[in-house]
Design a binder for this molecule. Structure first.
Ligand SMILES: *[C@@H]1O[C@H](CO)[C@@H](O)[C@H](O)[C@H]1NC(C)=O
Ligand SMILES: *[C@@H]1O[C@H](CO)[C@@H](O)[C@H](O)[C@H]1NC(C)=O
Ligand SMILES: *[C@@H]1O[C@H](CO)[C@@H](O)[C@H](O)[C@H]1NC(C)=O
Ligand SMILES: *[C@@H]1O[C@H](CO)[C@@H](O)[C@H](O)[C@H]1NC(C)=O
Ligand SMILES: *[C@@H]1O[C@H](CO)[C@@H](O)[C@H](O)[C@H]1NC(C)=O
Ligand SMILES: *[C@@H]1O[C@H](CO)[C@@H](O)[C@H](O)[C@H]1NC(C)=O
Ligand SMILES: *[C@@H]1O[C@H](CO)[C@@H](O)[C@H](O)[C@H]1NC(C)=O
Length: 622
């Protein structure tokens, strides 16, 4: 057995306080950054189940927001290879509505797991009250090929990686080969986590990759994800038992490693202050009427989320960056000047800066005589729909025409009323996502703000259900491009972007012999609860109450409108479908797209982006 306790000092400090447990489980963990998962759980479970809150969250909010969710009917029978992501959403909500729960946590976690296992990162229930702790295990795992054989390993950079968090006592385990996890074949256990914990991606293979540790660019910084085995949200698990063979040994040994719960929430001193500071709706939980709020609506976002700590600095690229490197994109020229690399960590952040960075990186590539391009989208967290389209357009040139997808949203009765109200109120895209001037007709002409693109609506049959959609439209991203798009591609390539341009798609990692799609999330636009609620309020479908309980509260006037949340949480949903270029009757999310190239990670590439790009240059581009 190895010695328990990654954060021994944190644990020792904590245990002297355990006498207070009988009094108030939250007082026991208050003020501590790292606690035992069981103690965090005791705090979370100290709040009794409350039927008023269940009805507020489930019946009056989430069930009504699901009316806007574009993929509801697809879930009844998800086509292969996505069949694992099949669920009868209404039946699931009805089950959760009638289950007897002891605690508020039990209710929320059941709902959280149900919605997470839709495996759509655009459609998530985040109850902030129970998202304040993240479990961490001092043994992130990766799948590596060593001497021609793929196995699961504890990350070889364990010592550097974990020491960034606190004292590491597991030096011996760095690079250990994993023989079993919880008594199972390690890849089977990884499959189990991909199925029950990961969420976010329709494709099982992509979720398998998210179970493993991997590098990413987070804002402008290199970081390494723990992965969903070693860094899951929540505190459900207290330890994991591995059989391992440590480096330079042949002996199988058993180690039980403890999870430690790290606190990410607002300060508290006891149960009541925990509840007040983390669980009660705040002034930004529910939406606002943008006609009176004096703030503009947000941007079109298509995002995911993930957790990471800094990549040990020795694994960061040593090549100098070219073009702007302050933002979410870092660009490099590989030795020999043949290949340019753009590592794009997300499409978030500085909208104009991203365009400027693209322009300056491409200019630097051209000046150096670069003729080939690698775009690394590892762990790309999504972001502005229009920046993805910008990149496609910039690299393809104006000759490719419209760089986006055909899109629709659901024309449910409330959505139709919102569009009609917006038109009657004379609103435009400065105030709402729903008005037609956000979009263009399929011939590229921007729709007028008063065009009702839900009349007539467009019913389609999905899994035997009649699903009522809006008319189809294009995005109008080109209106927000601030740098000129070249007429012809900046490189003599016929190989950009997949569906239209047939780029070479390369995927690393995954489970041997199990497919991995190259697409991550493929909705089109996500609306947070705040966003959709603001749409409803701005369209006057919920009337303002002036005094009680706060100036932000809106009385629920339309019976179809989801009510304000009483708790601090966010139900995000996929609000628009992107239809595939290849088959315009099929959402791109459900089109199976396998990469042309698939490679296992190796010790050299799994946490070392520059090594990975050099490998791709040699294996794929040469
Ligand atoms: C349940 O929650 C509601 C809303 O926060 C609150 O008014 C009520 O007092 C709670 N009920 C109990 C029994 O605590
Ligand atoms: C939950 O049960 C209540 C009470 O029976 C009912 O009014 C409500 O419509 C149900 N909600 C859902 C989502 O099934
Ligand atoms: C929360 O507590 C930490 C540690 O006790 C303290 O450093 C920090 O300033 C507090 N934050 C707030 C917002 O009170
Ligand atoms: C919400 O409240 C916080 C402090 O409680 C305040 O700083 C912030 O400006 C408020 N935000 C809005 C949008 O009202
Ligand atoms: C545009 O990029 C150049 C080169 O990286 C940089 O010097 C300049 O500050 C950037 N401008 C803006 C508006 O981001
Ligand atoms: C690559 O380009 C840089 C800058 O343009 C130049 O200094 C260098 O000599 C080039 N290297 C090769 C191998 O062509
Ligand atoms: C594009 O289509 C719309 C709607 O059919 C039409 O009103 C508009 O005139 C068309 N624009 C062009 C340039 O053909």
């Amino acid at each position: 057995m190895s010695r328990p306790g990654l954060f021994l000092s944190a644990l020792a400090a904590f245990s002297s306080l355990s006498w207070a447990r009988a009094v108030d489980p939250c007082a026991v963990v208050a003020g501590q950054l790292f606690v035992l998962p069981a103690d965090a759980l005791a705090c979370w479970k100290s709040f009794p189940f409350n039927e008023t809150l269940r009805q507020n969250v489930l019946t009056n909010n989430i069930a009504r927001v699901f009316d806007f969710f574009t993929f509801e009917d697809y879930y009844l029978d998800s086509p292969p290879p996505f069949q694992e992501s099949t669920a009868n959403i209404r039946a699931g909500l009805a089950r959760i509505n009638t289950t007897k729960y002891k605690t508020d946590y039990d209710f929320n976690i059941d709902l959280y797991n149900f919605i997470t296992q839709l495996n759509d990162g655009h459609t998530r229930w985040f109850p902030n009250c129970y998202g304040t702790y993240q479990n961490l295990l001092p043994a992130p795992v990766v799948s590596l090929e060593i001497n021609g054989v793929q196995d699961v390993y504890i990350v070889p950079d364990l010592v550097d990686f974990v020491s960034l968090l606190g004292p590491g006592l597991y030096t011996r385990l760095a690079g250990a080969k994993v023989i079993s996890i919880e008594g199972q074949d390690p890849y089977s256990y990884v499959d189990f986590i991909a199925k029950t914990v990961s969420g976010n991606y329709l494709d099982h293979g992509v979720r398998v990759n998210s179970v493993f540790s991997s590098y990413r660019l987070s804002s402008a910084d290199y970081s390494q994800r723990f992965g969903d085995l070693a860094g899951p949200s929540g505190v459900a698990q207290t330890s994991l038992t591995f059989q391992v063979i440590v480096a330079h040994s042949t002996k199988v040994e058993t180690v039980t490693l403890p999870y430690i719960a790290s606190y990410l929430g607002a300060n508290f001193t006891d149960g009541p202050s925990y509840w007040e500071n983390n669980c009660v709706a705040t002034n930004v939980t529910n939406g606002v009427d943008f006609k009176v709020a004096g703030q503009p609506k947000g941007n079109i976002i298509d995002k995911s989320n993930s957790k990471a700590v800094g990549l040990p600095p020795q694994f960061e690229p040593t090549l100098p960056t070219v073009g702007g490197a302050e933002g979410v994109m870092k660009s490099y020229i590989l030795p020999g000047n043949k290949t340019g690399v753009m590592f794009i960590g997300s499409f978030e952040g500085d909208f104009n800066g991203f365009q400027n960075d693209t322009q300056s990186a491409i200019a630097a590539f051209q000046a150096a005589g670069v003729t080939r391009l690698i775009i690394d989208l590892s762990n790309n967290g999504g972001g502005f729909v229009c920046l993805g389209q910008f990149l496609h357009q910039y690299l393809g040139g104006t000759r490719i025409g419209y760089p986006g997808f055909q899109s629709t949203n659901r024309a449910n009765p409330l959505a139709r009323k919102i569009v009609a109200s917006d038109i009657a109120l004379g609103l435009n895209d400065e105030f709402t996502f729903y008005t037609a001037d956000n979009f263009a007709f399929l011939n590229g002409t921007q729709m007028p703000a008063d065009y009702d693109y839900m009349t007539p609506d467009v019913p389609i049959i999905v899994n035997g259900q009649v699903d009522i959609n809006s008319q189809r439209f294009h995005d109008t991203c080109e209106l927000s491009f601030v740098v000129p798009i070249p007429a012809t591609p900046p490189f003599p390539l016929a190989t950009l972007m997949n569906e239209k341009e047939h780029s070479k798609m390369v995927v690393f990692g995954g489970k041997p012999l199990e497919a991995v799609q190259f697409k991550g999330m493929a909705g089109n636009q996500v609306l947070e609860w705040f966003d959709i609620d603001s749409e409803i309020k701005t369209a006057n479908r919920k009337h303002r109450r002036s005094r009680y309980p706060s100036p932000f509260a809106h009385y629920n006037s339309d019976p179809l409108a989801p009510v304000d949340l009483l708790v601090n949480g966010d139900f995000r949903h996929n609000w628009r479908t992107a239809w595939s270029f290849l088959n315009e009757n099929e959402p791109i999310a459900y089109v199976s797209e396998l990469p042309q190239f698939r490679f296992p990670y190796t010790v050299e590439t799994y946490n070392n982006p520059q090594n990975l790009w050099l490998f791709v240059e040699k294996q794929v581009l040469a």
